[in-house]
Ligand binder design. Structure first.
Ligand SMILES: Cc1ncc(COP(=O)(O)O)c(C=O)c1O
Length: 500
């Protein structure tokens, strides 16, 4: 723990008694405000993601607020220790977002303390084109050069067959996400990295709890990152973490996170090194305060203790969250089996057990409806959808004119951009909600089969429009047409008559 609040026991007891009173009120408030939400199909929105919590998160949040420590503190220390253990790594450093975690992870590899292994401007980092921008942005930010590879479908994992082609004499690192929870081929990537002496950063933001060859993702590369944004496997509102088992890297990461300073004292603590005024570094005078000595171009990316307190409560629920995500994924996968002539369903990478972030669907190119049309329809029916982030990132406006390399055609990244979308599988979704999602998808398919919709004009195949529309359906449509248009016609004629 970083903050030590030592008080006479009577003060401590009084403190505890008052806190308990507040916690009881918080519990009552939780019951009043958040418990027992009702689901009404077609009316209640089915979100793609969301916070799943109970009174325990609120109580921890209030507990940390009553400390009024505000900056990173006792809850952060507890979370870091417990999460590192759960993940199976030596060190966890909390930061204020998954994007900050990515920035920190790659920036740390530019440290002069790494000697010849440090990344220098112009060095190349292998990544993928289909994904989230902040996996890639730290590469540009550090004046390095991203080398974009395509992904496999439907897993959206890096196409490892292109790794050899991607290699140049400037290749130094691989930074790739386990996209949407599905692990990439770690056997191939780690073997390639070992052969060519490359750093590996696993962006594990979408994949907490995913397993590859019996081992958690985020434990293979030298550094991994995690996001605790509400959409993710567990949340702190905003938040992220950097994981490593390399103690030298941990010290460098800490320095970059905490203003770039050389000192490693936690907030509120002085002289951990026992020679605060005994150093001579750079061209600073002898004995210059170590607290204000800087060895890296750092930032302040720390997390507040209130966020960490929520994380502590969420961590207790994490194994259940992972299990429920897997169940929801399986449920949807079974339900949507019969739509495979129109949709490509998600499949895990061989040797992996994904902790699915979402349920990714690809609308087939020859399907009688487009991805956009299907997504619009689902949203109209109060079902949340999202795209696979930035699609093919090299087509995004922000990267135009930047220095990067592309290997191959990025055909699948383009397919993702045009045809993919995802539905939620987060633990807040019930079977009732997922059944409604599945029924709505099937009802849509029914309409297409009856010839009610032909949204994909490029499609010349008719195999989906094979069922003849029943006579009752045709007369109903004629009646609707009559009501809808003939009335309007009489009104317009009448208005026209009035005007002359
Ligand atoms: C793969 C990946 N990396 C990084 C991030 C960034 O995380 P954050 O939103 O916490 O900055 C995300 C966000 O969803 C992500 O999906």
């Amino acid at each position: 723990m970083t903050q030590s609040i030592s008080r006479p026991s009577s003060v401590a007891e009084k403190d505890q008694v008052l806190r308990e009173k507040v916690f009881a009120a918080v519990e009552e408030y939780y019951q009043f405000k958040f418990a027992n939400r009702q689901f009404i199909p077609g009316q209640t929105y089915v979100p793609v993601s969301g916070k799943v919590f109970d009174e325990l998160e609120l109580i921890k949040l209030v507990d940390s607020s009553l400390d009024f420590w505000l900056t990173t503190g006792r809850f952060a220390a507890e979370f870091e220790a417990r999460f590192a253990e759960w993940m199976g790594v030596k060190h966890c450093l909390l930061v204020n977002s998954g994007s900050s975690a990515n920035l920190l992870a790659l920036s740390a590899l530019t440290s002069p303390k790494l000697g010849d292994k440090r990344l220098k401007p112009g060095d190349e980092v292998i990544t993928v084109a289909a994904g989230f921008p902040t996996t890639v942005n730290p590469i540009f930010q550090n004046q390095l050069v991203p080398v974009f590879l395509d992904v496999n479908l439907p897993g959206c994992d890096i196409d490892v067959d292109k790794l050899d082609e991607a290699l140049s004499d400037r290749t130094r690192a691989i930074m790739v996400a386990h996209t949407l929870g599905n692990p990439f081929n770690l056997d191939a990537v780690m073997a390639f990295a070992q052969k060519h002496d490359l750093w590996v950063i696993e962006d594990n933001c979408d994949a907490v709890g995913s397993v590859y060859n019996g081992k958690k993702t985020g434990t293979f590369g030298q550094i991994a990152t995690v996001s605790f944004y509400p959409a993710h496997h567990m949340t702190m509102g905003e938040g992220g973490a950097v994981l490593t088992s390399d103690t030298r890297l941990k010290k460098i990461l800490e320095s970059f996170r905490d203003w770039g300073r050389d000192c490693w004292c936690p907030p509120g603590v002085d002289n951990t090194c026992n020679k605060r005024f005994g150093w001579q570094l750079g061209e600073l005078p002898e004995g210059y305060d170590h607290k204000y000595t800087y060895s890296h171009v750092g930032y302040n990316l720390k997390m507040t203790d209130m966020q960490a307190a929520v994380g502590v409560a969420q961590l207790d629920k994490l194994p259940q969250f992972v299990k429920k995500r897997a169940e929801n994924f399986e449920f949807l996968h079974k339900k949507l089996q019969d739509l495979q002539d129109v949709l490509i369903l998600p499949e895990p990478t061989p040797n992996s057990e994904p902790s699915w972030f979402v349920f990714l669907l690809l609308v087939k190119e020859d399907a009688p409806l487009t991805r956009n049309e299907l997504v619009r329809h689902l949203e109209e029916k109060r079902i949340g959808t999202r795209l696979l982030f930035g699609g093919n990132l090299v087509r995004q406006p922000l990267y135009q004119g930047w220095n990067y390399r592309v290997v191959g055609e990025l055909t699948n990244a383009d397919k993702v951009m045009h045809g993919a979308f995802w539905l939620g599988v987060f633990p807040g979704l019930t079977e009732e909600m997922l059944t409604y999602v599945s029924d709505t998808m099937h009802a849509r398919q029914e309409m297409i089969c009856r010839g009610g919709f032909r949204d994909n004009p490029g499609n010349t195949k008719t195999r989906y429009i094979s069922k003849p529309a029943p006579p009752g359906y045709i007369s109903a449509m004629t009646f609707i047409f009559f009501i809808k248009y003939i009335n309007w016609l009489s009104i317009i004629t009448y208005l026209f008559y009035l005007s002359i």
